[in-house]
Design a binder for this molecule. Structure first.
Ligand code: GLA
Length: 767
């Protein structure tokens, strides 16, 4: 009778007992923020009652933006929660989901967080729609059995709906085997290995057998297996390094069988593979043999040459007005329109190489090939600092990326001071102690510097924009030595709404205004336009003299995004791209990215793209003449990403002097073929498997089916392209695999393309 009464009371209070679970859906609630509210003894009798399965604004509490609220959930946890359990050490607290971030305290002790509070040094991170399962140590975490416990949850709402939602608090006693976990951690630097880590979240130690299989994805060969015994304790996971050959396409499958419970854990991972051959030790010029500059503007150009260092650069026919340092940095100024051709020699202990180079001087000569470099946004977001920028710039040199033509170091949003000076100028904020010092440092090394702003009053990240201060901004940027401006639509939309004017002219006006002031500066500033919501900037960007414009919304590091931004949104856009005026499908998401919001403490994470997807990303982006702006922290770049970004034959497609962007030329089911003609008469072809299963592909049949405008012609100089259909594909054609840098034999043209993977070919018709 008594038990029945207690159960009935518990149901009324929103507290129920299942076989082993405790469920609570009611709490005390208060908006505001005070860390004392985490303490169990705090008196919350006067607080409001609230249902924790629905956000607070859905229960009549105000929908405050950037606001805190506290929940105090009272729960009596009976000893019977352990009835029949095979471990007595841990309970799992499954909290409701949180909109947008929280900290959870059990009797005053922090037991878990989801998302990140705005006060976190790594910045706010939204944790919405994430299950919150916190493991509580029965002995150490201050849990009280058969007594009142207070679960206090501090919630931060960034905007819109806020608070706990979705499910009640469920406290359960997990089985010992549920604490077991396996993760695969890869390191592809030097001797590559993938570490398999097996751990347990609960106090009971366990042991089991571990096996691993490495499968060569190309041949199907199983190349390694190791059976072994492991013992596992909480806080002391077993970590087994599995070495592998990074020149092979391997799949790792690890299996652990727990001796106590019989539980089997299995994880598989496609390992990173490097297709790009190692560069020769002798000098090799890797850049397009051309650079464009306006008359009277300073030339800043670093010859991208790989090979053993030290290396010495010379030029015997350097035009007057130009200087070339021994380190290969070209500088100087040419006052009149001219086409200047000269030969540069690079020499090291192993040999020498030469490049015939053309400097095009004229009012509309900048951006001869799509710009290559780095931008802070995809890795650091608004947490960018001068130190982080310097680290990537230094690594761009040290890791050899500058030897492949990456030369712009661009700061995205988040550099701006909170207020303008009295004279209307805008300084950098305290995260950038010396913008001028940074730019001088870059220029001395032949690198270039880019900045970010918007025609609106505020940027997309909420910093100050250029509205009403376009002239002052252009002048300050000139003083600093800016070489690139990313001008991003952001809040300019408000101006259009105010003026009720949505035509092309309203897009052009603010961009023409900034271009006017940029042109007044005595230096070249590459003018890159942002995505501008739905305004289709590719249709009019050329009329305000944009050098590139975004042809898609913001990218992120998922296949969904690569597919949408790349395969969908670039489709049919080749007609809008031309030399000096490039389509820009957004920056690269290979390597360690995360927008400053990644799960690691420093706000980064390993890109979520698989290795195959990363090859597809770079293949498609180089085919469509994209700006090649690296989006990761270069100082943490591994050999795999270096291989992706430093393949001279792949980059040569992006930088090809004909400047003709690829488009989709064939689609058969999930197989898409994108191709483009090249300056030497060859064609570049990307064959992509956009489907969800591996596909057998007859590459020869696909190439033969390409439309006639997409067939190679006999080699010839630019401008002398004669189109003729080759007599049957194959007769006299060379098919080169660009990633592997090797010509393919006829029996290599039938292949399997893994899901989301690709092949990248260059087809040359012999004369
Ligand atoms: C927009 C742009 C991004 C980035 C951010 C900065 O979203 O598309 O590339 O510049 O603004 O706030």
């Amino acid at each position: 009778m008594k038990n029945l009464f207690i159960t009935a009371m518990m149901v009324l209070m929103g507290l129920q007992m299942g076989a082993q679970n405790v469920t609570v859906s009611q709490a005390k609630f208060q908006q505001g923020d005070d860390m004392n509210w985490a303490k169990p003894e705090m008196d919350d009798a006067t607080w409001n009652n609230i249902d924790i399965t629905k956000q607070w604004d859905k229960q009549g509490f105000p929908q405050n933006t950037r606001a805190y609220g506290w929940y105090r959930i009272h729960v009596n946890i009976p000893k019977s929660v352990f009835q029949g359990a095979d471990q007595q050490n841990a309970l799992v607290f499954n909290l409701p989901m949180v909109d947008d971030a929280d900290e959870c305290y059990l009797n005053g002790k922090l037991i878990g967080t989801t998302g990140r509070m705005p006060t976190n040094p790594a910045g706010f991170f939204c944790g919405v729609d994430v299950a919150q399962n916190f493991v509580v140590d029965v002995k150490k975490d201050g849990l009280r059995l058969d007594a009142d416990n207070v679960v206090a949850v501090r919630v931060y709402n960034r905007g819109g709906s806020g608070g706990l939602y979705n499910n009640p608090l469920i406290i359960s006693c997990p089985k010992a085997e549920e604490g077991l976990s396996m993760s695969l951690i890869e390191d592809s630097n030097g001797e590559s290995h993938c570490d398999v880590e097996i751990g347990t979240a609960y106090a009971s130690a366990t042991s089991g057998t571990f096996t691993v299989t490495l499968t060569d994805r190309e041949t199907g060969d199983k190349i390694n297996t190791l059976p072994r015994k492991l013992s596992i304790k909480r806080g002391k996971p077993a970590r087994i390094p599995v070495p592998y050959d990074k020149r092979k396409m391997c799949l790792l499958t690890a299996t652990y069988t727990d001796a106590k419970t019989g539980k089997v854990l299995t994880e598989s991972k496609q390992l990173k593979y490097v297709l790009t051959p190692v560069a020769p030790a002798t000098p090799r010029f890797n850049g397009a043999p051309v650079w464009g500059v306006r008359p009277g503007s300073p030339v800043i150009y670093r010859f991208p040459v790989s090979g053993e260092k030290p290396m010495k650069f010379t030029c015997s026919d350097l035009p007057a007005g130009l200087q070339l340092t021994e380190n290969g940095v070209l500088s100087g100024k040419i006052d009149k329109t001219a086409i200047l051709t000269f030969t540069v020699t690079a020499e090291n202990a192993k040999g020498k190489a030469q490049q015939e180079f053309t400097l095009k001087v004229g009012p509309d000569m900048i951006g001869q090939t799509p710009p290559m470099g780095w931008n802070s946004w995809n890795c650091w977001g608004l947490t960018v600092t001068q130190e982080k920028v310097m680290a990537s710039a230094q690594a761009l040199i040290d890791k050899g990326l500058a030897d492949y033509g990456y030369s712009y170091i661009n700061i995205d949003d988040g550099w701006e001071a909170p207020e303008r000076n009295l004279d209307g100028t805008l300084d950098a904020n305290q995260k950038f102690p010396s913008m001028k010092g940074l730019v001088d440092w870059l220029h001395e090394r032949g690198l270039k510097f880019g900045i970010y702003s918007t025609p609106g009053a505020t940027t997309c990240g909420g910093y100050l924009g250029s509205l009403g201060h376009e002239k002052e901004d252009a002048e300050v940027w000139n003083k600093w030595g800016v070489d690139y401006l990313k001008y991003d639509w952001c809040s300019y939309e408000n101006v259009r709404v105010q003026e009720n004017d949505y035509g092309f002219a309203s897009c052009l006006r603010p961009h023409l205004l900034m271009q006017k002031y940029l042109r007044q500066q005595p230096r070249d500033i590459f003018y890159s336009l942002g995505p501008l919501g739905g305004t289709q900037v590719h249709l009019w960007g050329v009329y305000c003299d944009g050098n590139s414009w975004r042809t898609a919304g913001d990218i992120n590091d998922t296949w969904k995004s690569i597919y949408n931004v790349g395969f969908r949104q670039q489709l049919g856009k080749s007609q809008y791209s031309s030399i000096g005026h490039w389509n820009d499908p957004d920056m690269l998401v290979v390597g360690k990215v995360g927008y400053g919001l990644g799960e690691n403490t420093n706000g980064l994470r390993e890109t979520r793209l698989t290795p195959d997807e990363q090859y597809t990303h770079i293949t498609l982006w180089t085919l469509v003449s994209s700006n090649l702006l690296i989006g990761c922290d270069i100082s943490q770049m591994d050999d795999f990403v270096l291989g992706l970004l430093c393949n001279n034959e792949v980059n040569a497609i992006d930088q090809d002097l004909l400047g003709k962007q690829a488009d989709r030329t064939l689609k058969e089911g999930d197989i898409e073929v994108w191709s483009r003609p090249l300056a030497d008469g060859a064609i570049a072809v990307g064959i992509f498997n956009t489907g969800e299963t591996d596909q057998q592909v007859d590459m020869k049949a696909l190439i033969s089916a390409l439309p006639s405008g997409q067939l190679p012609v006999g080699s010839g100089a630019i401008g002398e392209r004669k189109r003729r259909r080759p007599e049957g594909f194959g007769g006299g054609s060379t098919i080169r695999d660009l990633w592997r840098q090797k010509d393919l034999s006829p029996n290599e043209l039938n292949c399997t393309i893994p899901l989301h993977g690709c092949r990248y070919l260059k087809i040359t018709k012999e004369n």
